[in-house]
Design a protein around this ligand. Structure first.
Ligand code: CA
Ligand code: CA
Ligand code: CA
Length: 213
């Protein structure tokens, strides 16, 4: 399949060497979706199913692909305040790797051992992983990969403009329209400005309070 468009907060003191050292960290969690399943296909399904990923816990997962379809994995995380994050991946297969804001790619990369990072406002996001230009089969060692999500230090400062959902540098009618489009969805992204995992009148009030066209 093809992507449609695509906590406590503590700063990690030591980040694993990457990508020069392509040895994955010790596993701390396992993907709930079995290889061949469709329980975290995210933006590829109308219901946007995802799985949670915890900061600082290496998640071992699987994916598969053939010439027609591929497994797409979406791992959800929540930011309750503006934060700079980095997601790292280890795989023997080429993979497509991204941080996704309500089905829009914030930052992406391609590689076997690769990473993406971004300064994000409070909200609900996903780490996206899928095989690229290869056909790993379920059960093969090549179907296994590892993902680690970390918070980066607050220096340099991460101060995204509240309410600027499209990251244009202004808070205007386009941002308001995007917020209304995500009203009540299960995939609020940065429209969930107070980090309570819903888009409602409280977020609308925050956007209007930050209005800066
Ligand atoms: Ca999977
Ligand atoms: Ca904007
Ligand atoms: Ca909210």
């Amino acid at each position: 399949m093809v992507v449609s468009v695509l906590l406590a907060l503590s700063v990690a003191s030591t980040l694993p060497a990457h990508p020069s050292d392509c040895t994955p960290p010790a596993p701390g969690a396992k993907e709930a979706e079995s290889c061949g399943g469709h329980t975290n296909d995210g933006c590829d399904l109308l219901s946007h199913p995802t799985e949670p990923i915890d900061f600082g816990v290496a998640l071992v997962a699987t994916f598969w692909s053939n010439d027609v379809q591929r497994d797409t994995d979406f791992f959800r995380f929540v930011l309750t305040k503006p934060s700079r994050v980095i997601a790292r991946a280890w795989s023997t297969e080429l993979l497509q790797f991204a941080i996704v804001d309500a089905c829009f790619i914030v930052d992406s990369n391609v590689g076997t051992c690769t990473d993406v990072q971004a300064c994000l406002p409070a909200g609900v996001y996903n780490v996206f992983v899928a095989p690229l230009d290869s056909n790993p089969a379920c059960g093969a060692a090549s179907s296994t990969y590892t993902v680690l999500l970390e918070l980066l230090p607050a220096d340099p400062a991460c101060t995204p403009l509240m309410g600027d959902i499209d990251r244009s540098g202004t808070v205007d009618g386009i941002d308001l329209s995007m917020l209304l489009d995500r009203w009540g969805t299960t995939d609020p992204g940065s429209c969930d400005m107070n980090g309570d995992q819903t888009v409602d009148g409280r977020d609308l009030g925050m956007l209007l309070g930050a209005w800066a066209p």
